[in-house]
Every structure is written in C-alpha cells, then in structure tokens.
Design a protein around this ligand. Structure first.
Ligand code: ARG
Length: 220
C-alpha cells in the first residue's frame, strides 16, 4: 500500500494524484480528519475512481484523479477545499501551503503527524531555466513551488495532497496544486512540481456533475 494525500471537494468526491492510484482494480477506503496517521481519522469506502484520461505516467502530465466515495460528514476539522476558477492567477512568490504525512527528508521516514510548510510559487521561465529544471518545458497544467535554496518542500508520500493558496488574507484557500513530483526533495534549485488544479476545472465539473450543492454545517 502506498501513502498519498488528497483533497475533499465535496462530501462524495476527493481529488488525489493519478500516480497514487494502483494499476489493479481500485478499491478500498479514504481516511479523513486524521492528524496522527496511525490512530485517528474516519474511513469511507471508495465507490469508484476516475483517472484523468490524459494521465501519462512517463511524462507525469495530468497527474490528477477523482475518487467517488461514501458521503463524508463535515465538521470543524473535516471540510472541502474550494476549487479555483479556471483563470485564477497567483503571482510569482506567493506563499502557499502544502501538507501531508510524507518523508521529512529525501530518504524518509514518513511523519506520524500531519505536517505543513509554506512554499512559494515559481514562474515557468524560472522553473525551466538552466538554474532549475534546465531545458524542461512545463505544460501550463503544472506549477512549480518551493525555494531556490531548497530546504522546504513536499516529498514522497505527500503526493496527491493539496497546495493551498489564497489571494489575500480574507480570501478562501483554494486548491491550486496537487503534489505530483520533484527531483529529490528540498534540493536547491529543484522545487516541487504540482498539477495545477485550475487547469482541470472543466474535467472536474464534467466528471462529478459539479459541486453547486455543497453546504457546510452552520456555525454554532
Ligand atoms: N511523487 C512523490 C509521491 O509520490 C511526491 C514528490 C514530490 N516531490 C517534491 N520534491 N516536492 O509522494
């Protein structure tokens, strides 16, 4: 079994990375509301999984999937994250937050408790120039985030988890990226590369039927 994160989009849909989905007939459960990986959270049975039709394991492009599961009970600690509009735009240098139970150093181990770290959006030109991923051409369905000096990054086991960004301190967090890949972890000039959720807006709407009816519990 592998470790992966994901984001709740509604009570019945969540979004992990496509590379998190095993080849064999996907089945099992998702866990929500966990802090400690081993002894907290609630499991919900998976009903079906839809990989993005353009997912390419070798190019690592379109690294997104959708999981339809039993209806999740929302609470103070279990909530869906907003999807950004397709044309959302964050400036280079915007600090976003990535989280997960993945490796705390490049060689592991994973973390028992949920970790989060701020990483900054890096523009395409910088990310693909000779000082970073050299000649790599990034499709606009991916986004780089991290630091020139490395040190802070997502890593193995964080895949599928959210890169959450917000336009301003009073704006909602939106799912901007999905942890996808990187060269090592937290290395200098090798930032994390994320699938850009906004690019998949239409596919998500079509596949799920949209989330117009999602409602959060009333605040007490
Ligand atoms: N592919 C990894 C996983 O399966 C995630 C790697 C992210 N790497 C990075 N340097 N940000 O968990």
């Amino acid at each position: 079994t592998y470790l992966c994160g994901g984001s709740l989009l509604s009570q019945t849909w969540s979004l992990p990375a496509a590379h998190c989905i095993p080849y064999a007939a996907p089945q099992g459960t998702i866990t929500v509301g966990a802090h400690n990986l081993w002894n907290s959270g609630t499991n919900y049975t998976i009903k079906s999984i839809v990989n993005h039709p353009g997912w390419n394991r070798y190019k690592r492009n379109n690294d997104v999937a959708l999981i339809n599961h039993k209806s999740v009970a929302f609470s103070d600690t279990v909530k869906p994250i907003c999807l950004p509009s397709p044309d959302v735009c964050f400036n280079e240098g915007t600090a976003c937050v990535v989280s997960g139970w993945g490796y705390t150093t490049e060689r592991g181990p994973i973390s028992d408790t949920l970790q989060e770290v701020a990483v900054k959006i890096i523009d395409y030109q910088t990310c693909s120039d000779s000082t970073m991923y050299s000649t790599m051409v990034f499709p606009d369905s991916q986004v780089c985030a991290g630091y020139v000096d490395g040190q802070k990054d997502s890593c193995a086991g964080d895949s599928g988890g959210p890169l959450a960004c917000r336009l301003g301190p009073n704006d909602p967090w939106v799912l901007y990226g999905v942890v996808s890949w990187g060269w090592g972890c937290a290395r200098a000039r090798k930032p994390g590369v994320y699938a850009k959720a906004s690019h998949y807006h239409d596919w998500i709407e079509e596949t799920t039927g949209g989330f117009g009816k999602v409602s959060l519990p009333e605040k007490a």
